[in-house]
Each structure stands twice: as structure tokens, then as C-alpha cells.
Write a protein that binds this ligand. Structure first.
Ligand code: 13P
Length: 259
């Protein structure tokens, strides 16, 4: 039986103005804001971090960003550093989401630099990995996923404290925003492979401590079965995290079935 705390991380992507973000938090039930069973995180656009830092203060819900740049400061027009995110109230940052890999040409080397910058600064990275439909149909895609994990974490002296801070999200690209969730047992199988690989790289203790998430069309109707899979410690949720009621339901169900 795992002792790992369940996680529900919302990825708002490029949605919500600051005012809409404030309204979202105001509409969350008090039970969601106060619950402690689940680590609940909202990863918002940079422009909403300021209002969310204020709106979420005093609640159990943590704040995350969706990207960062690895340099601490400097002439990098349009970029935001780990230190800036921390100062804006973030505890987490999504790194290497497939949309950033696809539309912004992020590769595993850059992803690795960002993971290191996050960890060194005190931010907790949510490292995303996953295969496209073509890669899945071709076969052998598991090796790509394990490679993304290994390269994303490469060069890290993975301390026990790091293992508790890093979240790895398996998000099959074909399941993102499509309404086609990956079979629960298949998602569990892939996360199991990731955990075995982490055990080979960093030892069983660290691998057992790391929390592994599934992402791709997760909804309140799917989460109970997903979170009961032994390797699925939580979910990274896009569309269903945009409505306060469904985000709150996801958190409640993850606590009920995942703890
Ligand atoms: P959906 O939940 O909308 O499929 O998005 C998943 C995702 O990309 C989360 O990072």
C-alpha cells in the first residue's frame, strides 16, 4: 500500500484572465480549499499568478506555473526565472509539457536545464513525458518515455528530499484534450515502467517516494478508477480543471479513493 499523498494538479494552459482566476478561487467550495488529504495545485498563466497568490493565501491549494527559463536573470526577452516564480507564490512548475515540446521546440536538454533550475531554486518540477499516437502505433514507444524521464533528470544528484519534490506526469499526447483517456491498466503499466527505471537509476527508496501522475482527458467521472491503480498517484488535468466544481470534485474523489 503506497504512502504517497495523492496529487491533483490543474494545468490551465492559456486560459483565464486575472479576474477570471480570482472568480475561480472564490467559487471553490470551502471544503476544497481546506482539505489536506490531497496535494492540490493550480498551474496558471504567468499573468494570473499575482491575483492567485493572494486569492489562495490561507488555503491548502498550491500555486504553480507552466514554464520557466533556467537562467536566474538576464537578457532573455519574454522569459521568466525560477526566482520570479517563487516570488510570485509558486511552489510548482510544469516542465516539458508536450505542447511546449511541439510548439516551442523544447528538447530534453532544455527540459533538463529547467528541471535543475527549478530544484536548485526550491521550486518543485512537474516533469511531463509521453508518446504521440504515431509513436504508439509504431511500437517501442516505452523506450522513448523512459529516455525522456532519464534525460529530464540527468545529472541530478537525486536526494531523498528531491524525490519527494519531483512529480512526473505521463501524458500520452493522443489523450490530451481528445476525450480519449488511456486505459487505466495501460497508464498504470507505463507508470510502473517509469518507476522501475527510476529504481534502476536512483534506487528503490527514491523510486518508491516519487509520485507519478497520469494526464490526458482526466475528468471527475474517470478519476476514481484511475487513482485506485497502484502506480497512479494523481493526475495532471487540463480541461476539467477550468471549472471550480469539477476541479473541487477531482480533489475530493482523489482524497476519497486515492489516500
Ligand atoms: P486535458 O485534461 O484537457 O486532456 O489536458 C491534459 C494536459 O495536457 C494536462 O497537462
Amino acid at each position: 500500500m503506497s504512502q504517497r499523498q495523492p496529487v491533483i494538479a490543474g494545468n490551465w494552459k492559456m486560459h483565464k484572465s486575472p479576474a477570471e482566476s480570482r472568480d475561480f478561487v472564490a467559487a471553490l467550495p470551502e471544503s476544497c480549499r481546506r482539505q489536506e488529504a490531497v496535494q492540490a495545485i493550480l498551474c496558471a498563466p504567468f499573468t494570473s499568478l499575482g491575483v492567485l497568490q493572494e486569492a489562495l493565501s490561507g488555503s491548502q491549494i498550491q500555486l504553480g506555473a507552466q514554464n520557466l527559463y533556467h537562467a536566474p536573470q538576464g537578457a532573455f526577452t519574454g522569459e521568466v526565472s525560477a526566482g520570479m516564480l517563487l516570488a510570485s507564490g509558486c511552489s510548482h512548475v510544469i516542465i516539458g509539457h508536450s505542447e511546449r515540446r511541439e510548439y516551442f521546440q523544447e528538447n530534453d536538454v532544455l527540459v533538463n536545464l529547467k528541471v535543475k533550475a527549478a530544484l536548485e531554486s526550491g521550486l518543485n518540477p512537474i516533469l511531463c513525458v509521453g508518446e504521440s499516437l504515431g509513436e504508439r502505433e509504431q511500437g517501442g514507444f516505452e523506450a522513448k518515455i523512459l529516455n525522456q524521464v532519464e534525460l529530464g533528470l540527468s545529472g541530478l544528484n537525486l536526494l531523498p528530499t528531491h524525490a519527494e519534490r519531483i512529480l512526473i506526469a505521463y501524458e500520452p499526447i493522443w489523450a490530451i484534450g481528445t476525450g480519449k483517456t488511456c486505459d487505466d491498466s495501460e497508464a498504470n503499466r507505463i507508470l510502473g515502467l517509469i518507476r522501475q527505471h527510476l529504481a534502476r537509476l536512483y534506487g528503490q527508496d527514491r523510486a518508491s517516494a516519487l509520485r507519478l501522475l497520469y494526464g490526458g482527458s482526466v475528468k471527475p467521472e474517470t478519476i476514481a478508477a484511475q487513482i485506485q491503480q497502484p502506480e497512479i498517484d494523481g493526475a495532471l488535468v487540463g480541461g476539467a480543471s477550468l471549472e471550480p466544481a469539477s476541479f473541487a470534485e477531482l480533489v475530493q474523489l482523489a482524497g476519497q479513493y486515492g489516500a
